[in-house]
Design a protein around this ligand. Structure first.
Ligand SMILES: [Zn+2]
Length: 269
């Protein structure tokens, strides 16, 4: 059984993924009344059954197409009769079973194909009104939900940590930097991250993440202009990614992040 955490009317259910008794990663979903934001990974259906015991879900929003967010959407839709909604770019991505690298199949599992509807500009429940903001970077279809009257920001995987030194091979780091800047233009909100949970102010957290990425980009450019290779730059920045690069077959690595930063700086294509 999971012990949900309550932040006023916002409830966070966190699920821990362990392999051979060793904790690997945590993720979670948020419920605000009859709105559910994300559905967790496919390997954890008992977790979502517990979420459903707290009441029906009339509004189901997916922040992006990654398997640890859409994994139980079909189950929720079947139980509650609510059609999942995702950014228009995500609709075709969830309509077929993805071809995932082995490590992601082991950690999270492969989601079933899903029929989803396109998100509009707003998601409205009986009590709240959430503005949908497209925030590409981490994923092409990534959105955050902003409730301006409550000062809530549900930020999916946009934040994750102040200092994230790894990226997926298909991440667009330049777009991520643009999305962080766009959200910093919003007045300060309580921030709800899918993996790291509740944070008091989004300005501080997202500002730190943006500063870290820009600082790393500047240092990467200096090393690049001194003629270093991608691997040498990554190591010079203190990012040691051999293990994860090997385990993920290059899908998740420090080099992906450095490549994206150099691209954003206009140094490579
Ligand atoms: Zn993600």
């Amino acid at each position: 059984m999971i012990e949900p955490q309550d932040f006023g009317p916002v409830r966070y259910y966190q699920v821990d993924r362990s392999i051979a008794g060793r904790h690997i990663i945590s993720t979670g979903v948020y419920r605000i009344g009859d709105l559910l934001i994300d559905t967790g990974p496919p390997r954890c259906p008992s977790f979502i059954r517990q979420v459903l015991e707290d009441g029906p879900v009339r509004h189901l929003v997916l922040t992006h197409h990654h398997e640890d967010h859409i994994g139980n959407a079909a189950l929720v839709a079947e139980r509650c009769g609510s059609t999942p909604r995702i950014h228009p770019l995500g609709v075709p991505l969830v309509a077929r079973a993805p071809t995932l690298p082995l490590y992601r199949r082991v950690v999270w599992g492969t989601p079933e194909p899903l029929r989803a509807r396109e998100l509009g500009e707003w998601v409205e429940t009986d009590r709240y009104r959430f503005r949908v903001i497209h925030t590409p970077g981490h994923a092409v279809d990534h959105v955050v939900l902003h409730e301006p009257d409550q000062d809530w920001l549900f930020c999916g995987d946009l934040y994750l940590a102040d200092r994230l030194r790894f990226a997926f091979s298909d991440e667009d780091v330049g777009a991520l930097i643009g999305s962080l800047r766009a959200l910093l233009a919003i007045s300060d909100c309580q921030m709800y991250c899918q993996h790291s949970g509740f944070h008091r102010g989004h300005q501080h957290r997202l500002g730190r993440k943006l500063d870290f990425l820009l600082g790393l980009r500047d240092r990467a450019v200096v090393h690049f202009e001194e003629g270093r290779t991608l691997g040498e730059i990554t190591r010079a920045l203190g990012i040691h990614d051999r293990f994860y690069r090997f385990v993920s077959g290059g899908d998740w690595s420090g080099r992906n992040l450095v490549r994206g930063l150099l691209r954003d700086a206009g140094k490579i294509h």
